[in-house]
Design a protein around this ligand. Structure first.
Ligand code: CAO
Length: 425
């Protein structure tokens, strides 16, 4: 089986998480991702949160599978020559430097187009054009400025960030879609184009239903929010809704058997209207099927706390598997809270390649999350991340076609090694 993006060359100047997430997915689909790293240092995540001393961190290894690494000092004249040859050779340049970094290096969009009119130049920044465009941004800043934090958490508590990396990885996924769209467009136009995604925009896109609710507020209370049933008036902005469902079918996280000791003994339970009768039977309230206070969804909305309280009395008597088995028999939508430990041990996730075990020369075996996107006719194997500069020679020779004497000259000029410190320092 071939790979969907075979033949596509990506000049990967990305770092940390947002850009690497994007290029990793492209690499899994077969693109040749050439990661340009600063000599001696590399992507800063190589050394961040290291669990094993002097070994590339899991942060780096889990975000940079299937890539090749070349070290290149892009501020060294010979290094710039090599970078320009890479720009001429590759199809896509991906970067998520701070605002203006690539321009300061001398590679504006205009210059890149001069060097390679077919180049797709893809960038992630914290904000789009506007008052904050020059700001550096990390994950939680994006979650806060993109509307996610103000709508996450409980009404009477502070805004919360989520553990899912919607600012970094979410934006990386948006960028990946932009890149393949631009590649498709290029097959017709023959030209490259700029692809930009701001992290604020990516988070806001993922928080779309909350912008829906913001507009609904003008026409009355948000009746599916618990707050409505509790008689608490709404303010001007969408409030935090705890674990209320964001859709039209009310849902909650409820305790299950063992909750007193296990922090994850909870289950998400959705009172989907079509299975309401089954829910009433399962929890032992058959009278609710016809009672005017409970039979129809609008009558239930002001009583959600009472209803979920009753359902919880039932879920608290069941383990995760018991509850799942009983509820699924009736097509009642529900999902246990799964811990990272449970997911790391879930054989079915390994069977589909969503979880994988990878071998690394200095780290040994480690677990990683594989490609969550499955294509029926494009293989997607997960290969270990590269060591810093592991493929420098190979890329200079095989990708860029430099003969041995020129490779030696590039190295002698210090283009692939850290700059020598001034003697006075
Ligand atoms: N050779 C020589 N210099 C190099 C180099 C190389 N191969 N690669 C990078 N550099 C230099 C750049 O030229 C730049 O130097 P100058 O500031 O002197 O121009 C510097 O390294 C990188 O700057 P930076 O602003 O990108 O890095 P930072 O650590 O200060 O900031 C971050 C990090 C993430 C806040 C910033 O890159 C950013 O805001 N990126 C956009 C938003 C984003 O992606 N955030 C998500 C981060 S988590 O995924």
């Amino acid at each position: 089986m071939g790979k969907a993006l075979e033949g596509v060359k990506i000049l990967d100047m990305s770092h940390v998480q947002a850009g690497p997430t994007c290029t990793q997915i492209l690499a899994w689909f077969g693109a040749d991702v050439i990661k340009v790293e600063r000599p001696g240092v590399g992507d800063i995540t190589r050394g961040q949160l290291q669990d094993v001393p002097k070994v590339d961190s899991l942060y780096f290894t889990m975000l940079n599978h299937n890539k090749r690494s070349i070290t290149l000092d892009t501020k060294n004249p010979k290094g710039r020559e090599v970078l320009e040859r890479l720009i001429k050779t590759c199809d896509v340049l991906v970067e998520n430097f701070g605002p203006g970094v690539l321009d300061r290096m001398g590679y504006t969009w205009e210059r890149i187009q001069e060097l390679n009119p077919r180049m797709i130049y893809a960038s992630i920044k914290g904000f789009g054009p506007g008052p904050y465009e020059d700001c550096k941004v990390y994950e939680n800043v994006a979650q806060c400025t993109g509307g996610a934090a103000s709508t996450t958490g409980f009404r009477d508590g502070p805004p919360l960030v989520t553990g899912a990396q919607i600012g970094d990885s979410g934006t990386g996924l948006h960028l990946g879609l932009g890149i393949v769209t631009a590649l498709y467009h290029r097959t017709k136009s023959g030209k490259g184009q700029r692809v930009t995604v701001a992290m604020q925009d990516g988070v806001l896109n993922l928080a779309r239903v909350k912008m829906r609710d913001q507009q609904r507020l003008k026409h009355g209370p948000l009746t599916e929010y618990s707050q409505h049933g509790e008689g608490i008036p709404f303010g001007e902005a969408v409030p935090r809704a705890g674990n209320d469902s964001g859709g039209g079918q009310p849902g909650r996280i409820l305790k299950r058997k063992g909750w007193e000791k296990d922090p994850n003994a909870y289950i998400y339970f959705i009172t989907q209207a079509p299975v309401w009768d089954a829910i009433c039977d399962v929890i032992g309230e058959p009278g609710w099927k016809t009672h005017p206070d409970y039979a129809k969804p609008p009558a239930r909305l002001p009583r959600l706390n009472e209803i979920f309280g009753r359902i919880e009395k039932w879920t608290m008597t069941k383990t995760k598997f018991e509850a799942m088995e009983i509820l699924n028999n009736y097509d009642i939508p529900c999902g246990p809270i799964l811990s990272m430990k449970e997911l790391a041990e879930d054989k079915s996730l390994f069977a589909t390649g969503t979880m994988v075990e990878v071998d690394h020369p200095t780290r040994g075996k480690y677990l990683s999350v594989g490609n969550p996107i499955k294509l029926s006719d494009s293989a997607s194997e997960v290969k270990r991340s590269p060591l810093l500069g592991e493929h420098t020679d190979e890329i200079l020779r095989e990708v860029l076609g430099y003969p041995a004497d020129e490779v030696a000259a590039i190295k002698a000029a210090g283009a692939t090694t850290p700059p020598k410190k001034a003697a006075a320092e």
